[in-house]
Design a protein around this ligand. Structure first.
Ligand SMILES: Cc1cc2nc3c(=O)[nH]c(=O)nc-3n(C[C@H](O)[C@H](O)[C@H](O)COP(=O)(O)O)c2cc1C
Length: 381
């Protein structure tokens, strides 16, 4: 039975209002809305030491904490002594919302980056050999990571950030990030075939904001892409903790009352229809308007290796944000629709022979609830 205090219309309005009041979403939590971080779905966030795990398993655990599109966690790992083979799990896809598997490739790249950071923390030198066919092998093979003995053990500057990082779907303060922080972000890009563009000037912010509003409108109106993406929505806490993947209202800045309403009354059919589409567009408009900086990753060569490396760079941006107390949220609507990707490229003074691989919003806000992770036993084959 659905709660009677809200009509759907009111819910949408309330939800849009709510995401503008981060403090309510974060501080105003009552017992029913509280996340239980001792649930197995969250335990890896505390594993900042190897404990009894084999080194190969531990670096995979850290890899699994990486960001992934819609929290699909589209990866599998085959471990042998001193070696981790990384595969995309091709079945865990976003369908027509990620038709070129650009987001899947980056998600796998995000995991590779965390494995690299964790290996170095253990005093291991990771040597990464990429699948070089221009696409995943038909069995999903993406890269082999050889764990070679390092010269000496030294703390990796981003190691602790792996356990702090998150996607923060909140409005950010109207405050340009500090120049020192921007320089640090830029220094993360040592990939020869990738470019990192930082957007903070007012004219460009207005242009990028407008392109994204059009892109989200087009996305929610596109049945193919929208309906495939909604398959990864998880509704109740029970479902989230059981499946340990996907996205939910709980990691958003919506007020607790809205979260409760959502888990009690909103169905998959609601999300597939006008309710879900309008809600997503309303939310994104609010978030785009509260974005003091965007960072875009582009390449002039659309190869699997460049997309995997774009994922590695994306994860480095996440880790840098966590380390220096900024928030970050990738926004895929433009990247996944060529007409809007080309508009972003043109705003960056690039022609459409380039690929917009990723674009993220960055700024300051409170942190939100952490996301769930699948068990190691499901991802190590
Ligand atoms: C390639 C890629 C694209 C993403 N696109 C979006 C997006 O368009 N909107 C969004 O809210 N989050 C996006 N995310 C963030 C994921 O939803 C997030 O990483 C996942 O839900 C796990 O949550 P966490 O990052 O907080 O651990 C993206 C992540 C990746 C790696």
């Amino acid at each position: 039975m659905k709660p009677s205090m809200f009509t759907r219309r009111k819910f949408i309005k309330y939800s849009a209002y709510g995401i503008g009041t981060v403090a309510v979403g974060v501080a105003g939590i009552n017992s029913t809305g509280k996340v239980n971080y001792s649930d197995p779905a969250y335990l890896y966030w505390n594993k900042n030491s190897r404990g009894a795990l084999k080194k190969e398993s531990y670096v995979v655990l850290c890899g699994a904490l990486a960001a992934s599109a819609h929290n699909t966690q589209p990866w599998r790992f085959d471990i042998e002594e001193n070696q981790v083979d990384v595969y995309a799990d091709l079945s865990r896809n976003l369908g027509r919302a990620d038709a070129d598997r650009r987001m899947m490739s980056q998600s796998v790249g995000c995991a590779i980056e965390n494995i690299s950071v964790a290996s170095q923390q253990l005093g291991i030198t990771p040597e990464i050999v990429y699948q070089n066919d221009g696409q995943f092998h038909e069995n999903g093979f993406a890269a082999q990571i050889r764990l070679l003995p390092g010269e000496f053990k030294q703390d990796h500057p981003m190691f602790e950030a792996m356990f702090q990082r998150q996607t923060t779907r909140a409005p950010y303060l109207e405050k340009t990030p500090e120049a020192k922080f921007i320089t640090r972000l830029e220094s993360q890009n040592d990939f020869e075939e990738l470019q990192l563009h930082i957007i903070t000037n007012d004219a460009q912010l207005i242009t990028i904001n407008a392109i994204h509003k059009d892109a989200v409108d087009a996305f929610v109106a596109d049945d193919n892409a929208y309906l495939d993406s909604v398959r990864w929505w998880r509704y109740s806490r029970e479902e989230l903790l059981e499946k340990r993947d996907g996205i939910s209202i709980y990691t958003s800045a919506a007020p607790n009352l809205v979260k409760q309403y959502f888990s009690m009354g909103v169905t998959h059919e609601d999300m597939q229809g006008e309710f879900g589409r309008q809600g997503e567009a309303d939310l994104m408009y609010k978030l785009f308007d509260a974005t003091p900086m965007w960072a875009a990753i582009t390449t002039s060569k659309s190869t699997l290796q460049n997309r995997l490396n774009a994922g590695r760079l994306l994860e480095r941006l996440y880790l840098s944000c966590a380390k220096y107390d900024y928030r970050i949220m990738p926004i895929a609507y433009a990247c996944e629709q060529a007409v809007y990707a080309n508009k972003v490229l043109s705003a960056l003074q690039l022609d459409d022979s380039n690929e917009l691989v990723s674009i993220v919003r960055i700024g300051e806000s409170a942190t939100l609830e952490k996301s769930v992770r699948r068990p190691l036993s499901d991802i190590i084959v």
